[in-house]
Each structure stands twice: as structure tokens, then as C-alpha cells.
Design a protein around this ligand. Structure first.
Ligand SMILES: CC(C)(COP(=O)(O)OP(=O)(O)OC[C@H]1O[C@@H](n2cnc3c(N)ncnc32)[C@H](O)[C@@H]1OP(=O)(O)O)[C@@H](O)C(=O)NCCC(=O)NCCS
Length: 473
């Protein structure tokens, strides 16, 4: 399946924001405690300069993200540097807030003690030996407890009672010994063998936050220390997480001119260009190859970075994706070939009414397209008819279906109908009735159509009519 767009922003949204986003989000949480929002979206991901905006305005811009992130699974890797930093208080508060907003959270943590398992420790003398392993287990245990204590503090606003968040930790990871590398027995350093995803999901389903310590347990009753970076990747893969978020000690990746790279595809990414982040970047490349997970790199020292990254259009870190984000926009003359390529197979199947190039050219002002990396992957049109609008030519490239492109186009057309003062939108369809029924349309008689459309109705095609008020009562 193709990648789910990261940013799903209402077409009307033009603002981006920065640090203020986190403050707004926290103060809104303070005021409301719980949230339930329904806003639909289009997408783009430009890293533009931020402007100060009011709380209310900001809340409107954030609401699509709140909606988009609900019930999504985010795996968040907290390395030892993050856990040891004073910023952890703020991060824990923001995690609690995310949890309150309905995000399914799985935290992978490192070890704040002396003994660290990282990819680079795999060759050479073992970091974890039979002798020092009890110390490692004690340090990891203390780290888990410290994290639990931080999460029990609740968000910074203190409006969401800490008792509403239950965090659980356990033996979710089956481990195996890393074995003998280049002739050296790695002793208690382990690798992930499997993840008990069902057990994690059970806890997430019951609204718990899950903490996975960097320890794997073997069938023989032994325990092994794990690299938290690789563990986070393995957990995200097994859970088919929507996001894997790594906290790092810089504002994402920067290009040669020291500008933040807001988004990069896995194929564009060369981990060797950022040697200090190579293990994280390699893990990011691996997880994004799976196609369902997006990977984010954010700065643990930046207050509110988690909220800023997740609830603002520009974000504040770097996201690593399989495919670039899409843009939903009005069609331009250069899109005509793309639209034709998209709709021709559906016309041949009789799903869409035939339209010539000339007709599309002359009606281009009615069309909207979803453009991904200069390819038109979805389109739709809104034709005005005497106070109502016909939704037509709605199509998504089969490679990109089930990613809400259709939904985003429909929302955009309805918003456009509203701004043009239309009371209703209608659609004539032969094979897609239920898609529209599930989106607030009701079947109607041909006689309910605007009179001009009635005269054009093709009785031989016998398409069914579905109608929906522009403003839902
Ligand atoms: C209908 C269509 C535009 C939806 O595009 P999309 O980008 O995949 O839309 P979304 O991601 O917003 O919606 C996907 C959901 O619609 C469902 N769906 C797709 N086609 C459907 C149909 N014919 N009837 C009912 N549901 C349908 C999918 O199963 C998916 O459901 P899920 O979310 O429960 O898994 C696309 O399937 C398409 O191009 N179909 C052929 C052209 C067509 O029929 N156009 C309508 C002309 S009136």
C-alpha cells in the first residue's frame, strides 16, 4: 500500500506555526481536558516561516491533526540522552496530552545508567557481560520507573488528571543472543526475535500507554539487552505503527546550507551524510520501506517539539517518508494529460462518463487535483447547476486508493460549493453509491435534480442520484 500522507490540512488552512503551537495545545488542553473534532483535509508539507497566530486561529489549524492522529499508533523512542535531560518533564507532559487526545502510544526507552547497547557496540568487546548484566537490568528498571513517575505527573497544564493515564510495561519482546561476532561472544547483548504485538495492542485498546524497555526475554528464561533504536524500529514494524518518532539532539536533518530538511524520502536519504545519526537514519530507512509508517526526527531539547511536529503544518523536525506528501489544489492546464491518464481507464470500464481533452480543457476551472511528485494521483470536479453543485469525475489512481484522497477531494468540493453559495451537492453514480452514502449523501429521484441537469440526464446509463446538503444539519 502506498504511504499515508503525513499532513492532512483543511483546504482553507494557510497558517503555519512554531513554538506557539505547543503553548496553544497545552493551554487548550488546560481549558478543555478532552477533545472530539471532525475536520477533513487536503495535504501539503512546506516548511514555511511561522507567524504568530491567536489561540483560536491556531486551534482551528490544529484540529485536522487532532482528528487525523486519533486512534493512530505512534512508537516513540526515548534515548538515554533524552531521558537524562531536564526536557523530559516537558516531553512526558506532552506525551500525556497526546494520550488524552486519543493517540495510541508505545514508548521505547534506553538506559540512563552506565551501560548502553547501541549498534556500534555490536562489534568488539561485549557491552553487556554475564557479570555486569544484573547492573544493566537494575539501571533499565530504574529508567522505566523514572519514566513512569514522569508520566504520572500529567501534562503541564495539570488539567488532565494523571490517574487518567495508565502506563504498562512488560515482557513484550522475545530476544535472542546476538551471538559471536568476529570471534567475540557478545554475551548478554541481544537482538529482537519477535514482538508480542497482540499483547501490546490489547493494552493500547484498553487506553493504556505501553512502555517497552530495552530487554528481550528468551524462551530459555534468559534476558538480553537490546539496542533501543533497533527495538523501536522492530516494534513499529510489528505494530504497523503510523509513526515512529526518534528524539535526537538537533532540529532534524539540515542540508548543506544549514536549512532544516522538513521532509525527505527514504531513497533520498543517505545515512552516511549524518554520521552521528547513522543508526537512527538506517532504522528510519528500514521502517519507511514498509510503506505504512512515517518516521520523524525531532529535537528533545526543543520545548514542545513533539506537539509542534505533530500539530502544525510545517512541523519542526524532519520526517522520512516512502513517498512525498501530496498537494490538493485547483487544476492547471498542465494537469490535463494527468487527469486524462487517470480517468480514461475508468471511462473505458463505464465507471465514469467519457470526457474529451477539449471538454476537460474548457471545464478545467471546475477541477481539483491531488498532485504527488508532479503526478496527478486523484481528481474531481464540481459543476454549478442553479444553486446546486454536481460532483463528478471523482477518481483516485488505484495505486493510491484508501489513503483518504477521495475523502479530501470531496471535502474540498463541498467547501467550494459552500463558498459559492450552493445549498446542495449531488452526484450521479453507477458503481460508487455506498462510498457517497457513507459520506452523508441520500438517494434521490431524478426529479430532485436542478432542472437543467434533469434535461441532460442519460436514462440509458441509469445512474443513481445522491444528494447531500452542503451544510450538514
Ligand atoms: C471512489 C474513489 C474515488 C475513492 O477514492 P479513495 O482515494 O480510495 O478514497 P478514500 O481513501 O477517501 O476512501 C476509501 C474507502 O472507500 C471505500 N470504497 C472504495 N470504492 C468504493 C465503492 N465503490 N463503494 C463503496 N466504498 C468504496 C474503500 O474500500 C475505502 O474504505 P475503508 O476506508 O473502509 O477501507 C476510488 O475508489 C475510485 O477512483 N473509484 C473509481 C472511480 C469512481 O467510482 N468514482 C466515483 C464516480 S461517481
Amino acid at each position: 500500500m502506498a504511504q499515508r500522507p503525513r499532513v492532512r490540512v483543511n483546504q482553507a488552512l494557510t497558517h503555519t506555526n512554531d513554538y506557539g503551537a505547543a503553548q496553544c495545545m497545552r493551554s487548550l488542553a488546560h481549558r478543555s481536558g478532552h477533545c472530539s473534532y471532525t475536520t477533513h483535509t487536503s495535504y501539503c508539507h512546506e516548511h514555511t516561516m511561522s507567524q504568530p497566530i491567536s489561540h483560536i486561529e491556531w486551534f482551528r489549524t490544529a484540529s485536522p491533526y487532532i482528528y487525523a492522529h486519533r486512534q493512530k499508533t505512534f512508537v516513540i523512542a526515548l534515548g538515554d540522552a533524552t531521558l537524562s535531560n531536564a526536557a523530559l518533564v516537558g516531553i512526558a507532559g506532552d506525551l500525556t496530552l497526546l494520550h488524552a487526545l486519543g493517540v495510541r502510544l508505545v514508548l521505547i526507552h534506553g538506559n540512563t545508567g552506565e551501560l548502553q547497547v547501541t549498534s556500534s557496540t555490536k562489534i568488539g568487546a561485549p557491552v553487556l557481560t554475564v557479570e555486569n548484566f544484573p547492573q544493566y537490568l537494575a539501571e533499565v528498571g530504574a529508567t522505566t520507573q523514572s519514566l513512569l513517575a514522569h508520566l504520572s505527573m500529567g501534562p503541564l497544564s495539570a488539567a488532565i488528571r494523571s490517574s487518567e493515564l495508565t502506563a504498562v510495561s512488560g515482557n513484550f519482546v522475545r530476544g535472542k543472543p546476538l551471538g559471536v561476532l568476529e570471534g567475540i561472544d557478545q554475551q548478554q547483548v541481544g537482538a529482537v526475535r519477535s514482538i508480542h504485538a497482540e499483547a501490546i495492542n490489547r493494552h493500547l485498546d484498553s487506553q493504556a500507554l505501553v512502555i517497552v524497555p530495552p530487554v528481550g526475554y528468551s524462551m530459555s528464561g534468559e534476558a538480553f539487552g537490546l539496542d533501543p533504536t533497533l527495538l523501536a524500529q522492530a516494534v513499529a514494524k510489528e505494530l504497523k505503527a503510523d509513526k515512529l518518532i526518534y528524539f535526537i539532539d538537533q532540529n532534524g536533518l539540515e542540508d548543506a546550507s544549514n536549512r532544516l530538511i522538513s521532509e525527505i524520502t527514504r531513497t533520498e536519504l543517505s545515512p552516511e551524510n549524518w554520521p552521528n545519526l547513522a543508526p537512527v537514519l538506517t532504522a528510519a530507512q528500514a521502517i519507511t520501506k514498509e510503506g505504512t509508517t512515517r518516521c520523524h526526527l525531532i529535537n528533545y531539547q526543543r520545548d514542545g517539539a513533539l506537539l509542534e511536529e505533530l500539530f502544525t503544518r510545517g512541523g519542526c523536525g524532519t520526517q522520512i517518508v516512502q513517498h512525498r506528501s501530496s498537494t490538493l489544489r485547483p487544476a492547471q492546464p498542465e494537469d490535463i494529460s494527468g487527469i486524462l491518464a487517470l480517468v480514461k481507464p475508468l471511462e473505458a470500464e463505464g465507471v465514469l462518463v467519457k470526457r474529451s481533452r477539449e471538454l476537460i480543457e474548457s471545464e478545467l476551472g471546475n477541477f481539483w487535483v491531488v498532485d504527488q511528485e508532479d503526478t496527478i494521483i486523484a481528481c474531481a470536479a464540481l459543476y454549478p447547476f442553479d444553486g446546486a453543485g454536481e460532483i463528478a469525475c471523482l477518481a483516485t489512481d488505484p495505486e493510491y486508493r484508501d489513503l483518504d484522497h477521495g475523502e479530501a477531494l470531496l471535502s474540498t468540493l463541498i467547501a467550494s460549493a459552500q463558498s459559492q453559495g450552493m445549498a446542495n451537492v449531488f452526484v450521479l453514480t453507477t458503481q460508487t453509491a455506498h462510498w457517497f452514502l457513507e459520506r452523508g449523501f441520500k438517494q434521490a429521484e431524478v426529479s430532485a435534480l436542478p432542472s437543467e441537469k434533469q434535461t441532460l440526464y442519460n436514462w440509458q446509463r441509469n445512474a443513481k442520484v445522491y444528494l447531500r446538503p452542503v451544510i450538514t444539519p
